[in-house]
Design a protein around this ligand. Structure first.
Ligand code: BGC
Length: 769
């Protein structure tokens, strides 16, 4: 754990230059706007430890899979959201010395991520090897107003030097991915051009053929007066720069304002990219940096009005939760149904920037409550549009009749993951995709979605489950063999309780939705049935038979669901009895030892109880929680949030808070020693869940919102906003009770501590705890 980020409610602050933490800070201070994003690399050259990262959402490269023993059914490639052209670069030469903090004496270094207004600022003083001292302030942002653009204002003041300074703003497409399997470069140059006040590089990805034109325009001022730019053009492979030489006087600042844009062939014909880029750059440079920044602040203010969580009495917790919300908003905006939420967002290469079940299982609740419903709808449509590929994927593995297996990891619907125990066996992901449809409809009431898209996905998923089980003569039950549950510290197990549970739930939900759609939209229903050849009578009967006769491992003596067959054969040493030196076990133990142990990486049975809590009485939930929690090592950041929500439901407020703390500052404090790879974006939604569903006890039942809040002992109050079916609410839990404000013009009935309360339009209500 590190403790170098200064506590501040709205800002993330690093003071003092710590080169050893640079790659961690590059992740933490990342910027993004849903369409593009970048790590917090320096504008000027840096020869120290760094991971350069600029990403354009949805632009990927299929890096040929590398495995020891190829197995049939393996995907050919692992898709990577690739490092794209660097548009932040501004090379600085003072006399003959290049400004490079790794080679300077650095003082007064400060990095600040302003979450309220959405920009990154860096200040420092540096003394070069030759003794020249300069002062720099650099401010930049990725615009959430025009998501193809960004801007930088970079001011350098020589403190003790008068003479020549060369400033070279550049676009560099000659970049690499650290995780490239064959040390290949993923981009080819299409064209490039330099102009008097800018230039651009157009690149094409190898194999996938995406084209992106990345360009810059800049203005320069000296001692606050505009300078006529007389630049020397510098061009190299995939690189353009303009070298501007200025004669400077000590104490007089030089400012370069750089406007940049990424224009992608995902959105325009490739041969139109240059024109669109030029127009875009012209528009933003005419608008100007100040105006862009002011609009950015305004747009962020609007976002915060809808999704801020305010914690009184604990600045560190406040900073943690805001950081999570900020990063989630930087990663996904829901504007484009081709995009999704990679586990690292735009903050690093790990996980290939691809889509995992994380989106449906953890992120959907956050976006449902804090954004327009179309945002979640777009996440669902993303999967709908990939249904054909999920059917092909299942076919490849031997399934038939329109059965679909969604990929564990994907960019475009094709499976990319290539560890057999995950690719072929971690099939529970199919269930989360169905559950997200349920979640969406339950929250929004948009049943039309089921007729238009949902049912088709649900039937394909149900078909998969019905073929994945087999009848066991021995047990006289259906069983599901050779799976990996959410707990990846067990592979190839039989009858994973969670997977069997969600499989049956999916089949039942498909039957229920089919009936609903048939009654609601008979013509659409008929057309769909004909198109997908669903034999309602026989296929539903098969689903029902499986649901009725499915085997669920259970231990009578303990009264708990068993994670899988044979779980109790394992040596049952609890996590608390494991010496601290042995943890995390994924870094200390061999893989076979982990697999043979009883330790659970992340919520598994408890994930099922979290999803379907209404099916179980409180004592059943308690017994399972009491049994599984002491065996869970939480070595996935997706785990503590589920335990937090269940602990809160069981009234274990102290533990709920403890679990929340484990994710709330996970990246800010580099808890797991891995923030340098990027931030844990999808688990940030889990932190939100821990507050809103855990401490706030928020649920949706019977078309109504309900709350059951408690106040963590360390806090004076906490409050959050949720949008629900056209109404915006603010819920504040303080010592005096729960205050609910209805910020909209329609009244809403809300259940608080089990009792229905009407909250009139633009009115508020206080209920004692
Ligand atoms: C977790 C998975 C998750 C993946 C990406 C893994 O460590 O076990 O559940 O999908 O990370 O976040």
């Amino acid at each position: 754990m590190k403790d170098y980020i200064k506590v501040d409610e709205w800002r993330i602050i690093e003071e003092g230059f710590k080169p050893e933490y640079n790659t961690i800070s590059e992740s933490i201070f990342s910027l993004g706007n849903g369409r593009m994003g970048q790590r917090a690399n320096f504008e000027e050259a840096y020869s120290g430890e760094t991971l350069s990262g600029n990403y354009v959402a949805g632009v990927y490269y299929p890096d040929k899979t590398r495995v020891g023993w190829w197995k049939n059914g393996y995907p050919e490639y692992f898709a990577k959201v690739i490092n794209a052209a660097n548009w932040i670069g501004i090379d600085i030469k003072i006399g003959n010395e290049q400004l490079d903090l790794a080679r300077c004496k650095v003082s007064a270094f400060r990095r600040e991520l302003n979450m309220k207004e959405g920009f990154l600022r860096r200040n420092f003083r540096a003394t070069t090897a030759g003794g020249i001292e300069v002062e720099v302030e650099a401010t930049r942002f990725c615009s959430i107003v025009d998501d193809e653009t960004g801007a930088i204002r970079y001011t350098i003041t020589p403190v003790n030097y008068s003479g020549a300074i060369t400033i070279s703003p550049f676009i560099d497409g000659d970049v690499v991915n650290k995780d490239s399997n064959y040390d290949e470069k993923f981009w080819d140059e299409v064209t490039k051009e330099s102009w008097a006040d800018g230039g651009y590089v157009q690149l094409r990805t190898k194999k996938t053929g995406f084209e992106v034109a990345t360009g810059q325009r800049f203005t320069v001022s000296q001692n606050n007066l505009p300078v006529d730019i007389a630049a020397k053009k510098v061009e190299k492979d995939k690189y353009v720069a303009s070298a501007i030489i200025l004669e400077v006087v000590a104490g007089q600042p030089i400012t370069i304002t750089k406007y940049a844009a990424n224009i992608s062939s995902q959105n325009y014909p490739a041969d139109a990219l240059k024109e669109v880029l030029e127009t875009t750059l012209k528009t933003i440079s005419e608008k100007g940096f100040e105006k862009m920044l002011a609009e950015q602040a305004e747009a962020w203010e609007k976002k915060w009005q809808h999704n801020d969580i305010i914690i009184e009495g604990d600045a560190s917790a406040q900073q943690g939760i805001r950081f999570n919300i900020f990063q989630l908003n930087q990663t996904y905006t829901g504007e484009d149904d081709r995009l999704n939420i990679g586990p690292k967002g735009f903050t690093g290469e790990k996980y290939g920037g691809s889509t995992y079940w994380d989106t449906e299982a953890y992120c959907v609740p956050f976006y449902l409550a804090t954004a327009d419903q179309k945002v979640t709808r777009n996440l669902l449509l993303y999967r709908y549009k990939q249904l054909d590929k999920a059917i092909d994927n299942a076919k490849l593995l031997g399934f038939r009749n329109g059965a679909a297996l969604y990929p564990m990891v994907t960019m475009d619907g094709t499976e990319c993951h290539n560890e057999w125990e995950i690719t072929f066996e971690e099939i529970h992901r199919n269930g989360a995709i169905a559950h997200a449809i349920y979640d969406y409809v339950r929250y929004t009431g948009d049943e039309k979605y089921l007729a238009d898209y949902g049912l088709e996905v649900l039937i394909a998923i149900a078909r998969f489950w019905s073929q994945r089980v087999n009848w066991s003569d021995d047990r006289q039950r259906y069983v599901m063999l050779g799976v990996t549950g959410p707990n990846e510290y067990e592979n190839n197990v039989n009858n994973n309780w969670y997977t069997n549970t969600i499989a049956c739930w999916c089949m039942q939900y498909a039957i229920d939705v089919a009936e609903k759609v048939e009654a609601m939209e008979p013509a659409k229903y008929e057309a769909l049935m004909n198109r997908i050849g669903f034999d309602k009578e026989n296929e539903s009967a098969k689903f029902r038979d499986i649901i009725e006769k499915m085997y669920f491992p259970y231990d009578e003596k303990l009264g708990v669901f068993l994670q899988q067959d044979g779980y109790l054969d394992k040596e049952q040493i609890l996590v608390n009895d494991l010496p601290a030196t042995e943890r995390p076990i994924n870094q200390k133990w061999s893989w076979d030892r982990i697999l043979r142990s009883c330790y659970i990486k992340q919520a598994d049975v408890l994930q099922g109880i979290y999803f379907f809590e209404d099916k179980y009485d409180i004592e059943t939930i308690r017994r399972n929680y009491d049994f599984y929690e002491p065996r869970t090592v939480h070595e996935s950041s997706l785990s503590p949030c589920v335990h937090a929500v269940i602990a809160a439901k069981l009234g274990d407020e102290a533990r709920a808070y403890e679990f929340y703390l484990r994710t709330s500052r996970l990246d800010l404090d580099d808890y797991n020693n891995d923030t340098e790879d990027g931030c844990h974006i999808t688990s940030m939604a889990g932190t939100w869940m821990a507050v809103v569903q855990g401490f706030g006890g928020m649920r949706v039942k019977g078309g109504k919102l309900s709350f059951n809040p408690f106040l963590p002992a360390k806090w004076k109050s906490f409050s959050f906003h949720v949008g629900f079916r056209g109404t915006l609410l603010n819920i504040r839990m303080g010592k005096e009770g729960v205050q609910i404000k209805n910020l909209s013009g329609n009244e809403l009935t809300v259940t608080i501590y089990g009792k229905d309360q009407i909250i009139k339009a633009n009115n508020e209500l206080l209920v004692e705890a």
